[in-house]
Design a protein. Structure first.
Length: 212
């Protein structure tokens, strides 16, 4: 990932100005929210909802709803395959980000074939700049990542532990790099060690901001 971009600068009120290639209405959009909850609901738009916790300032560029396409490949699958994906980073005023990812498999002409991978979890910044990330996969895997920011707009994490159910695939290690690139897009690369194969590229995608 070259040419990191801030993807919007913080204002005194904690909001951000959107990147030039974001969806035109992204500043007015948000994730679906329950306004009648008795506690603050998550917001993926820093212009709405609770104030961002000061411990999350280093993750501020991630907050939003991102959507785009990527490629998945590995020696144990008959790929490569293209996929679409939406990632949501949101907060409720406390010192963590909620994370949700939904993907869908694409055909040769870009048509949607079927739902694909789903993930949910939390990004938890710690004192000293360390980052804890917990991600649960719908396939029966829970990853515990540790890492830290490489600079103001990129973050690298690697698994410290991988917990699998009896029916899950044999995944033993994962390493991810997230970063804002030219134009403010969010790009990431996911390397995995699984099914007896050494650590190697598995997934990558580039996503545009559609809300926040």
């Amino acid at each position: 990932m070259s040419g990191p971009d801030h993807g919007g600068e913080p204002t005194p009120h904690g909001t951000v100005t959107g990147p030039t290639n974001a969806a035109p209405d992204s500043p007015r959009r948000n994730r679906p929210r329950w306004d009648d909850l008795p506690i603050p609901d998550d917001t993926a738009n820093l212009r709405e909802g609770p104030e961002l916790h000061e411990d999350l300032l280093g993750l501020l560029p991630l907050v939003g709803v991102w959507r785009g396409t990527g490629v998945v490949d590995y020696p144990t699958i008959d790929g490569p395959y293209e996929f679409g994906q939406q990632i949501v980073f949101a907060h409720d005023g406390r010192p963590f980000l909620s994370y949700e990812s939904r993907a869908w498999l694409l055909g040769p002409d870009g048509e949607v074939l079927r739902p694909a991978a789903r993930e949910t979890g939390f990004w938890r910044p710690q004192p000293g700049g360390e980052l804890e990330v917990l991600i649960t996969h719908a396939t029966g895997i829970v990853d515990v990542f540790y890492g830290r920011a490489r600079n103001l707009t990129s973050w690298e994490i690697e698994t410290d532990a991988v917990v699998r159910t009896a029916s899950a695939k044999e995944v033993t290690r994962s390493k991810r790099l997230y970063g804002l690139v030219e134009g403010g897009d969010l790009a990431y690369a996911d390397d995995r060690e699984m099914m007896g194969q050494p650590l190697q590229p598995h997934m990558s995608a580039r996503l545009q901001r559609i809300a926040g």
